[in-house]
Design a protein around this ligand. Structure first.
Ligand code: NDP
Ligand code: 2IT
Length: 444
């Protein structure tokens, strides 16, 4: 049995109840096979694959808080510190009822390679809770965040582990978390990113993941002799990533005709009205039915369905495993030429393979959505030097980082005879840097 197969079998036995984590490990280990085969003896002796698939440590804790009726509520909090070979642990906090250890581990594992691809000194981690911010008052969200941070503060620090936003964690939650960290530790330091602009946040961090996704898409198309202007895009999600992906797509001359949330989706043939979407989702925290009610050109549909709309480019920006094999078939049948993932692992393995086999350019989330964490690292730099850069400065760096990532993953794929396979390219390029640092630092 090859070393990759041996470790895959062991990881499957050890983590049998965590299908998302197994899916992420499977994809990475399968696609780095050629690198491992070329270094099999060394990697096996050093147990590189065992070490890279086992988090450095994971915390699981009770989060008790009082709701508006005076009732005590209990949630579970998590922080998985996956790998800090190339820098302090870095990764978001997800607040969603579906959160359990397997989700946080899959996200933390992906983050290791993503953060490596940014070219910046950040290791991989992830955290969150099964708390659902939906329908909660601001006071309830604050009570949860304060209780969550009271425990989390023991494990993080500006040079140790720097959390940020993810699903359900936006500017409001980061503010409450930061306030509590400061209160407990007395430290005014860059321990979180995605902070408000009045207390150490970076300009362009809010926009960064969506903008970065479009900078990647633009470079991908350019490298294949195509122009993003004039293209029709379908987008899923209606949160932070989706909103700013749509905004940048429109600035680049493309048209996004869909978005979605957890209950339904919008088809708007005139192009999504970003200001209205922001009002509905960021300000009112309402359903997409409100978007449709305010916009005569928009149709609202219950359930899922954005991938059935004819498009040139698909941008999944909601959550994991939201683009399935039948969706991939519909995209191919409708002439889609590119899928770039704004979310983490939104496309299932069989759907990914189908898209690639049918000539669709496919850029995985760990490369395509890396602009968010890259800009978080830029926020850390600004906090360290106690300065803040202009929007244009940060945006220009973000653009350059995304262009560099595209060429790095393209080159890595070519080096191993897998031209155009950006999944392999991203995993190989991300892996190489982390392994180099692990080997240099000895057994740990
Ligand atoms: P938000 O919470 O801002 O938005 C998430 C969106 O996806 C919402 O519209 C939500 O619908 C929808 N959604 C969430 N879960 C589901 C579900 N189970 N089924 C259907 N729809 C769902 O999160 P973000 O935009 O920040 O994150 C979106 C994705 O991007 C995630 O995969 C995240 O990990 C990834 N990501 C985020 C980064 C960031 O900087 N924020 C960086 C890189 C990746 P509803 O409004 O109904 O809740
Ligand atoms: O998945 C991700 O990269 C994020 N949620 C952003 C993490 C960060 O630290 O900015």
């Amino acid at each position: 049995m090859s070393y990759v197969d041996e470790v895959l079998a062991r990881v499957k036995t050890k983590n049998a109840a965590e299908p998302e984590f197994l899916q992420a490990v499977d994809e990475v280990l399968e696609s780095i096979r050629p690198v491992v085969e070329a270094n099999e003896e060394l990697y096996k002796k050093e147990a590189i694959l065992e070490r890279i698939t086992e988090p450095d440590r994971q915390f699981k804790f009770r989060v008790a808080w009082v709701d508006d009726n005076g009732q005590v509520q209990v949630n579970t909090g998590y922080r998985v510190q996956f790998n800090n070979a190339i820098g302090p642990y870095k990764g978001g906090l997800r607040l969603h009822p579906s959160v359990y250890l397997g989700i946080i581990k899959f996200l933390g594992f992906e983050q290791v390679f993503k953060n490596s691809l940014t070219g910046l000194p950040i290791g991989g981690g992830k955290g969150g809770s099964d708390f659902d911010p939906k329908g909660k008052s601001d006071r309830e969200v604050m009570a949860f965040c304060q209780s969550f941070m009271t425990e989390l503060s023991k494990y993080i620090g500006a040079d140790v582990d720097v959390p940020a936003g993810d699903i359900g964690t936006g500017a409001r939650e980061i503010g409450y978390l930061y306030g509590q960290y400061k209160r407990i530790t007395g430290l005014y330091e860059g321990v979180l990113t995605g902070k408000g602009l009045s207390y150490g946040g970076s300009l362009a961090r809010t926009e960064a993941t969506g903008y970065g996704l479009l900078y990647m898409t633009e470079e991908l198309l350019k490298s294949h002799g195509q122009d993003i202007a004039g293209k029709t895009c379908v987008v899923s999600g209606a949160g932070n990533v989706a909103i700013y992906a749509i905004q940048k797509a429109h600035q680049l001359g493309a048209k996004c005709v869909t978005c979605s949330d957890s209950t339904g989706w919008i088809y708007d043939p005139e192009g999504i009205d970003v200001d209205l979407l922001k009002e509905v989702k960021e300000v009112k925290r309402a359903r997409l039915t409100e978007y449709a009610a305010a916009r005569p050109s928009a149709e609202y549909h219950e359930g899922r369905g954005v991938w059935s709309v004819k498009c040139d480019i698909a941008l999944p920006c909601a959550t994991q495993n939201e683009l399935l094999i039948d969706d991939a078939k519909a995209l191919v049948a409708n002439g889609c030429i590119a899928v770039c993932e704004g979310a983490n692992m939104p496309t299932t393995l069989d759907a990914t393979q189908y898209l690639q086999q049918n000539g669709v350019y496919f850029v995985p989330g760990k490369a395509a959505n890396a602009g968010g964490v890259a800009t978080s690292a830029l926020e850390m730099s600004q906090n360290s030097e106690r300065l803040s850069w202009t929007f244009e400065e940060v945006d220009a760096k973000l653009n350059q980082i995304m262009v560099n990532i595209y060429h790095n993953i393209d080159d890595a794929a070519k080096r191993y005879g897998k031209e155009g396979d950006y999944v392999a390219g991203a995993n190989i390029a991300g892996f190489e840097k982390v392994v180099d640092a692990m080997l240099a630092q000895g057994v740990c």
